[in-house]
Design a protein around this ligand. Structure first.
Ligand code: NAD
Ligand code: UFG
Length: 345
């Protein structure tokens, strides 16, 4: 019988791609999600891609009793990949308590349940390169200092890593891997899964695809006076399916007891930085669409440039990102076109 893995937030952008990768690798996935930032139709799309319908439980992870009952009813779960969280940086500045309650409350409840039910003793956690702020040295490796967060959202990632570290230290059975994502973009190669931003997107790629399809008038590029070759910010964009695959590899590492420490931390990026202008050019090239765009002032809180040192993940996890920027853009475009044609109703 294949191993069962719990995917919290599995109806969301990265979670749904990870469920696909888990099922492709022979695992059974059970999704726990309260649909606060996702739609029930995702389940059918995962089923269309993989031929297997994952179990889905609609539950808010801040509900401690409900989560306990869930673990009680699923004694065969061997590990947890924890995506469930709120993720809008700007909203977290306006509503910090909502972010601390949801992101930290869910994690604390989850760890308490994992302590109660030690059969499920391996955790993969979604962290972010935001913990590095603007690094002094690039590419940034996992030894770089974690700097004070500029948003409550970023702070929840830092505090979550600390909560996981402390809990692993106090519990000999628990192991965890925190994955610090750089900029996940793109969509499943089938065009059936992708990012589903509610309202006006904050992130670059959904803004690009929505502009190209005609939902937005114009892309605003925030700042052209940065200390970079073309003056726009540089990021390490990584295809969401490459990222999803890393979660399966991380879980396998713990299941096989290959982990070297109770709590390990890995960067997940490609190791290459691209500017906003290069990202726009890649989109125009791979989608074959001209984009309406213009410059404006810098967006407060943006770091100038960041890209990952991927050596540790490449060598220790045996994982490497494979897809390039053009493929990230072309899959994001296919997804937007499918959405526009009514894929999600
Ligand atoms: P997403 O919003 O698409 O997915 C998160 C899912 O969690 C949603 O389906 C939502 O309904 C669910 N959820 C939220 N709170 C919940 C709760 N209390 N109980 C149950 N379900 C809940 O986000 P995503 O882009 O897939 O991100 C997944 C994780 O990765 C998050 O933790 C996010 O902070 C982290 N992350 C994302 C990025 C990014 O750029 N997308 C970058 C770094 C880290
Ligand atoms: N950008 C624009 N116009 C837009 C949107 C974005 O020019 O309409 C630029 C930003 O200024 C930035 C780049 O595109 O230079 C990437 O911006 P995103 O919002 O797509 O991504 P960020 O790097 O700002 O944020 C991501 C995640 C956050 C995480 C952060 C850590 O979305 O969750 O990385 O650095 F906190």
């Amino acid at each position: 019988m294949s191993k069962k893995i719990l995917v919290t937030g599995g109806m969301g952008y990265i979670g749904s791609h990870t469920v696909v990768e888990l099922q492709k690798s022979g695992y059974r996935a059970v999704i726990l999600d309260n649909l606060s930032n996702s739609q029930p139709g995702i389940l059918e799309l995962i089923t269309r891609i993989t031929g297997v319908k994952p179990e889905f439980v609609n539950l808010d992870m801040t509900n401690q009793q409900g989560l306990n009952a869930f673990f009680h009813n699923h004694p065969d779960i061997k590990g947890v990949i924890h995506f469930a969280a709120y993720k809008a940086v700007g909203e977290s500045v306006e509503k910090p308590l909502m972010y601390y309650h949801n992101n930290l409350g869910s994690l604390v409840n989850l760890l308490a349940c994992m302590q109660e039910h030690p059969a499920a003793s391996h955790l993969v956690f979604s962290s972010s390169c935001t913990v590095y702020g603007q690094p002094e040295n690039l590419p940034v490796d996992e030894q770089a200092p974690v700097v004070p967060a500029i948003s409550p959202y970023g702070n929840t990632k830092q505090i979550s890593e600390e909560i996981i570290e402390d809990t692993c230290r106090s519990n000999a059975l628990l192991t965890a891997i925190s994955l610090r994502y750089f900029n996940p973009i793109g969509a499943h190669e089938s065009g059936l899964l992708g990012e589903l931003p509610l309202g006006v997107p904050n992130n670059l790629v959904p803004y690009i695809t929505q502009t190209a399809i005609g939902k937005r008038n114009k892309l605003t590029i925030f700042g052209n006076d940065y200390n970079t070759p073309d003056g726009t910010c540089i990021r390490d964009y990584i295809h969401v399916s490459d990222l999803a695959r890393a979660h399966v590899v991380a879980m396998e590492r713990m299941l096989k007891k290959d982990n070297k420490k109770a709590h390990e931390v890995f960067n997940l990026g490609t190791g290459t930085g691209y500017s906003v202008l290069e990202a726009v050019q890649s989109f125009e090239r791979s989608a074959g669409v001209k984009l309406n765009w213009g410059f404006s002032a810098r967006r407060p809180g943006d770091v100038e440039k960041v890209w990952a040192d991927t050596q540790f993940a490449n060598e220790e996890l045996g994982w490497k990102a494979e897809k390039g920027l053009d493929e990230m853009m072309s899959t994001a475009w296919s997804w937007e076109v499918n959405l526009n044609e009514g894929l999600m109703g």
